[in-house]
Design a protein around this ligand. Structure first.
Ligand SMILES: *[C@@H]1O[C@H](CO)[C@@H](O)[C@H](O)[C@H]1NC(C)=O
Ligand SMILES: *[C@@H]1O[C@H](CO)[C@@H](O)[C@H](O)[C@H]1NC(C)=O
Ligand SMILES: *[C@@H]1O[C@H](CO)[C@@H](O)[C@H](O)[C@H]1NC(C)=O
Ligand SMILES: *[C@@H]1O[C@H](CO)[C@@H](O)[C@H](O)[C@H]1NC(C)=O
Ligand SMILES: *[C@@H]1O[C@H](CO)[C@@H](O)[C@H](O)[C@H]1NC(C)=O
Length: 660
């Protein structure tokens, strides 16, 4: 449903087909829209698509036997499902119709015979703009990228990548021999087989495909894969699979051009089903969670607070004890893998509007446990945790974090109550919402957490033992009647550890942010008009503001960037590709998006690299250069950071301690 609070289109699954209903009052009542779509059944797998952002636009795809018509039928609505218009298509869609991410009048879909079909008038008229198309994705503006096979062949590594900037009038071929491509955060990625059957390499474009440059990442054989875990306009997280069936790989973080990568996390779990537990904690800048597969075969959770710079185990919640046998006790969080295998009913949950709040299933001990997971919350973006509910639950964040609701998840038991908390999960109250318990299917609320209405969906067997679907909507405005006042809020410095140097406390990616947050004990409502208020201040640069340059790795104990022993071979690659000017030759590169001012600045050391790329470089002499550059880099940094420590003053205590 949309942010203005008018509608919640809902679809109930009856046996094999779908009937459609919509609601204008947050699910309190539903209208049958079957008549508006001529009592047509709609497709179960991709029957409903909603427009981007404010989804007043809805498209239903009819489920008709192929033989009955020359093409499919869609029903389009501009008013969130109140009225529909039926359109006979000149083709059969093979997938859900896709909206342009900003302007919903542009629609694209691939037909069952691989045609690329476009509509510029919200589905009224369609034209086929290209044949033999495999996949497509929107780029910036009206740019559309798609892969196609030249002569109907579809061998891996023989696809071409094409682009149209004028919705299908003109085409440009921008890459050849690609295996796959993707567009994320403004970066266009292609994985390319430079020779048929050779390992794949990644090429990246940050100008919509005009220029591509080879990413400085390990190449991947046909059995290995790359996966972009997440990305925005600043950088991306890339997973590179390890050779062999290991179920793990390495996470790399990119620079601001998507070309240079530095190693962020090793032994990153990535299951056979193409699933990863990588989670962006959207309620606090720079925080990500995921799971690693350790050498002993155990799965452990790790968290980063500086966008992949350093990962650590999660702190054990204060109110939960470790198992007695535990040696390395910490909190472990269930992600996509557990969700996929049915161990947890929900993924970790965080929302940009509910600052610092994270809710997730987890377990405490040496490693993650598949035995009945419990629910944990964090109010500070994952630094500290609190064991809050026993057993698996469905949960949802309402009123911009002022209210959390949860319902017990049982496969074999009917439920009749909902739990809610107004203090970020410290305490819960229970409300019995029905005298006729239901089997829970899930919770639904308007996206964006502004609402206080939550719908509980489920079914109960009726007299004929047929499932009878039920949706119960609870409006918590009746419970939280008081509007929050100024005295209900506090100023909260994100990422603060409270006792370090006030100048640098809370600094992340070169700046610190103070948020106005609801006090935990305030039982009042933020309301629909609530907006997150934040203040930003720049920080002095420290070594945390730099990532390791390509060819360098972060030493696990000192966090200095050291030259990789095998870098020499790769350096020659870089020299050949003329990409030397991209390397900032200190071993450090400022992290993309970092806004730090003054403070530490690693010196440039171009001479070392220039020598490496000299014309008549012989392996032996190059080797000695590498060694020397390594030592020099380390020496230099030592000086730089001692200096920095003296300036910042945060190590003074430690130093005088040493003396005494
Ligand atoms: C509704 O269905 C009937 C019978 O199948 C058909 O004759 C009629 O044209 C349909 N109307 C619309 C608007 O699709
Ligand atoms: C993580 O989520 C935040 C908040 O939604 C977003 O601003 C950021 O770009 C995301 N990070 C990445 C790498 O996608
Ligand atoms: C809710 O129902 C449970 C049993 O189903 C009962 O024990 C409890 O007292 C009820 N709570 C309220 C507040 O009515
Ligand atoms: C809850 O739903 C009612 C309509 O039934 C609506 O008037 C109210 O604004 C909603 N509350 C919020 C906070 O969205
Ligand atoms: C890092 O420190 C730990 C514990 O002090 C030690 O066991 C480990 O060998 C060190 N690693 C390196 C690469 O020096």
């Amino acid at each position: 449903g949309d942010g203005t609070g008018v509608s919640l289109p809902a679809v109930l699954d009856f046996f094999t087909d779908l009937l459609s209903f919509y609601s204008e009052d947050y699910g309190k009542s539903f209208h049958d829209v079957s008549h508006a779509i001529n009592n047509t059944f709609i497709k179960k797998d991709f029957g409903i698509s909603a427009g981007p952002g404010n989804p007043q636009q809805v498209i239903l795809t009819a489920n008709l036997p192929f033989t009955e018509s020359p093409g499919g039928v869609i029903f389009t609505s501009m008013d969130a499902g109140v009225t529909f218009r039926s359109v006979q298509l000149p083709f059969h869609p093979a997938q859900a119709i896709q909206f342009h991410y900003q302007d919903p009048k542009y629609l694209v879909v691939i037909s069952i015979d691989d045609g690329l079909w476009l509509s510029e008038d919200f589905g009224n008229s369609w034209s086929e703009v290209h044949e033999g198309v495999h996949t497509f994705t929107w780029g910036s503006g009206l740019t559309l990228f798609f892969s196609s096979s030249p002569k109907g062949t579809a061998r891996r590594g023989e696809l071409i990548l094409r682009r149209t900037k004028d919705v299908g009038k003109n085409f440009t071929t921008i890459a050849k021999n690609i295996v796959s491509f993707g567009y994320i955060g403004g970066f266009l990625f292609t994985s390319v087989m430079e020779k048929l059957g050779s390992p794949r390499v990644i090429y990246v474009s940050s100008d919509q495909g005009d220029h591509f440059r080879k990413a400085q990442l390990p190449s991947a054989t046909t059995e290995q894969f790359y996966s972009v875990l997440d990305g925005d306009e600043d950088m991306i997280f890339m997973h590179v699979d390890n050779p062999g069936d290991t179920y793990f790989g390495t996470i790399y973080t990119s620079d601001d051009r998507g070309i240079l990568y530095s190693k962020s996390l090793e032994r990153h779990l990535f299951g056979g089903e193409g699933k990863s537990d990588f989670t962006n904690v959207t309620s606090l800048r720079g925080v990500y969670l995921t799971n690693i597969l350790e050498e002993d075969g155990r799965i452990r959770s790790v968290i980063t607070f500086d966008r992949g710079g350093r990962w650590r185990f999660l702190k054990k919640p204060e109110n939960v004890n470790c198992p007695e046998t535990s040696k390395k006790c910490s909190l472990h969080i269930h992600g996509e893998h557990s969700h996929f295998s049915g161990i947890t009913p929900m993924l970790p949950l965080s929302e940009p509007t509910a600052i610092g709040l994270v809710i997730a299933h987890g377990s405490v001990g040496d490693s993650i446990s598949a035995a009945r997971p419990d629910v944990y919350v964090s109010g500070d973006g994952g630094y500290t945790w609190w064991g809050t509910l026993r057993g698996p639950h469905h949960y949802s964040i309402l009123d911009s974090g002022g209210l959390i609701v949860a319902v017990e998840a049982h496969r074999d038991r009917q439920i009749s109550s909902i739990k809610f908390s107004t203090d970020e999960g410290q305490c819960w109250k229970v409300f019995n919402f029905t005298d006729h318990p239901i089997f829970l299917a899930g919770l639904a609320s308007e996206p964006g957490t502004k609402t206080m209405n939550i719908s509980i969906f489920g079914y109960r067997p009726d007299d004929d033992d047929q499932p009878m679907w039920v949706a119960v909507t609870i409006d918590f405005e009746h419970l939280l009647t008081r509007e929050c006042g100024e005295e209900d809020y506090v100023q909260w410095l994100a990422h603060s550890d409270y006792d370090s140097d006030p100048e640098t406390d809370g600094c992340l990616l070169g700046y610190k942010e103070t948020f106005r947050r609801l006090k935990k004990l305030s039982a009042c409502r933020n309301g629909r008009g609530y907006v997150v208020s934040r203040q930003q201040r720049p920080c002095p640069c420290t070594r945390e503001d730099y990532m390791c340059e390509y060819g360098f790795y972060r030493h696990e104990n000192t966090s200095e960037c050291l030259l990789q022993p095998d870098f020499l071979n790769q350096t020659q690659d870089i020299c050949l590709n003329g990409e030397l000017e991209d390397l900032q030759n200190t071993g450090y590169r400022k992290i993309p998006g970092d806004k730090c001012e003054e403070g530490v600045r690693p010196p440039r050391r171009e001479d070392v690299f220039k020598k490496l790329c000299g014309k008549d470089i012989s392996p032996t002499s190059a080797n000695s250069h590498t060694k020397r550059s390594k030592n020099m880099a380390v020496e230099h940094l030592f000086i730089v950071f001692l200096f920095a420590a003296g300036h910042a003053g945060s190590y003074c205590g430690v130093r005088s301690y040493d003396k005494t």
